[in-house]
Design a protein around this ligand. Structure first.
Ligand code: ATP
Length: 465
């Protein structure tokens, strides 16, 4: 089973400390969210999984961490200044503002039972392009309108990779094919953010730009489409909740040869295809990006297409003695959407022997924010408490362990189940005599008695199984 809807996750996430509404004590800020102690661990574990798999696990990918604020010209030549916009419509009746291609997703502010897509109440204007980039100014400026100081918060991490292509190539001495990966914040002034952390104005991306010869691009593209489905499976996301979506020729960005989105069943309460929405996109971006940021390419009139660039980002192939602009395959995945998919997929309910419904978050061991909770059966018995605290201290360097004595054992187990802790270790009266503890499994609720001397090895083995 997985979560029946996003709302179930919203309340669990707040109650247990995964995600809180941002600026809550001041009334919040539309669709901004803060990640609490468990949320930040889960997000870090997802990012580490991506990084380990691509940057450390393969031998053809370098990492990068580029600036959020770049020279404005980056966004001019990438095309974002002119075209990174969504179609915005206003409603003359309810005064709501909607993204034309996402009308179904948002309710009319006047009548909650009506969404703009149903057209029940809304009287929409013609669509106009609304640029999604956040503007800011750099340095001491006389006014916010000072064009010479205008800069943008990056709307994607990818461009930071393209403009560093030559730096990485020269310093890493790579030969094609090779990739550059980056994880970082991106900002889009979304017309209609919403659905919890699915669409926010500030979010995080994990992106890879994989450079190759044009003739290899279709094959490599397909390899990443397959590879990312396997990666999602390794995060515990069920294949049944994933779906591929091939963008039509009309939907493709002007520079893309083929784009396949991997969709997740974010909306199980809806009918048919509406249950699914984008988790990530994987594009064959051709040679557009390296060419557009290069100083050499010329238009039909013989003039430089980019008179501002000081570099040529072409690649020289010593084997064929040819110079060309490599093709680029781009898998781009949101950290926040992945975290939401992971939470939804891990969500399960189980009825205990008293007939009570318990939530179990069946997270994969390497994603779980806490691996082990050490619980004393009697917190008024100093020897038991001391032993439990000592065990926590001993386990800590090898696995993230917490000590908790803030409730009865049933309540403590329930809390750890709900935050996805794979194992609870219980110290009881007998432990003082037999030097053994009870290890409880989150998913089966099965219990095993383990000698304290073997505890660390036993847990490490189970965690890495
Ligand atoms: P959408 O169609 O949902 O607006 P997109 O096609 O514009 O998304 P891309 O530009 O392909 O998105 O970005 C790559 C990935 O970054 C997305 O698949 C998603 O995981 C994530 N992402 C994009 N925009 C947002 C956002 N506003 N909030 C959270 N994640 C986002």
């Amino acid at each position: 089973m997985s979560a029946p809807n996003i709302e179930t996750i919203v309340s669990m996430a707040k109650r247990r400390g995964f995600v809180f509404p941002a600026s809550e004590i001041y009334g919040g800020l539309g669709s901004s969210w803060d990640y609490g102690s468990l949320g930040v661990e889960l997000a870090n574990n997802i990012k580490q999984s991506f990084w380990r798999w691509l940057v450390h696990g393969r031998d053809d990918i370098e990492g990068l961490d580029s600036s959020i604020i770049q020279n404005r010209l980056v966004w001019k030549y990438s095309g974002h200044e002119a075209t990174f916009s969504d179609p915005l419509v206003d409603c003359r009746t309810c005064k709501g503002r909607f993204r034309l291609d996402k009308l179904q997703d948002v309710a009319c502010p006047k009548d909650a039972s009506c969404n703009a897509g149903s057209g029940k109440e809304c009287d929409l204007t013609e669509a106009r392009a609304f640029n999604l980039m956040f503007r800011t100014t750099v340095g001491p400026v006389s006014s916010d309108e000072d064009e010479s100081a205008l800069a943008y918060l990056r709307p994607e991490t990818a461009q930071g990779i393209f403009i560093n292509f030559k730096n990485v190539l020269d310093t890493s001495r790579r030969k094609l094919p090779f990739g550059i990966a980056q994880i970082g914040k991106a900002f889009r002034n979304e017309v209609t953010p919403g659905n919890f952390i699915f669409r926010t104005r500030e979010f995080e991306q994990m992106e890879l730009e994989y450079f190759c010869q044009a003739e290899d691009a279709p094959r490599i593209h397909q390899e990443f489409i397959d590879g990312f489905q396997e990666w999602f499976a390794s995060l515990g996301i069920s294949g049944e909740n994933l779906k591929l979506y091939e963008q039509s020729k009309e939907e493709l960005a002007h520079y893309a040869d083929r784009t396949v989105d991997i969709l997740y069943r974010f909306f199980p309460e809806r009918e048919g295809d509406a249950q699914f929405d984008e988790l990530m996109g994987i594009a064959n971006r051709t040679d557009f990006d390296l060419k557009t940021h290069s100083k050499k390419p010329e238009g039909l009139d013989g003039k430089r297409l980019n008179p501002d660039s000081t570099e040529d980002l072409s690649y020289f192939d010593p084997a064929t003695n040819q110079r060309f602009y490599p093709y680029c395959i781009e898998p781009s995945v949101g950290v926040n959407r992945t975290l939401l998919a992971v939470l939804m997929d891990a969500y399960t309910e189980k009825v205990n022997e008293k007939g009570e419904v318990r939530v179990i978050l069946k997270l994969k061991n390497d994603l779980a924010p806490i691996k082990v909770a050490v619980l004393p059966l009697a917190k008024n018995k100093p020897e038991i408490v001391a032993l439990a605290k000592q065990l926590k201290k001993d386990l800590l360097p090898s696995m993230r362990t917490v000590y908790d004595d803030t409730g009865g054992i049933g309540k403590l187990y329930a809390r750890q189940d709900e935050i996805g802790t794979p194992f609870c270790v219980t110290v009881d009266h007998e432990s003082l005599e037999d030097h053994a503890v009870t290890v409880r499994d989150r998913d089966t609720w099965g219990q095993e008695r383990i000698p304290i001397a073997d505890l660390k090895d036993y847990l490490l083995k189970r965690l890495n199984a």
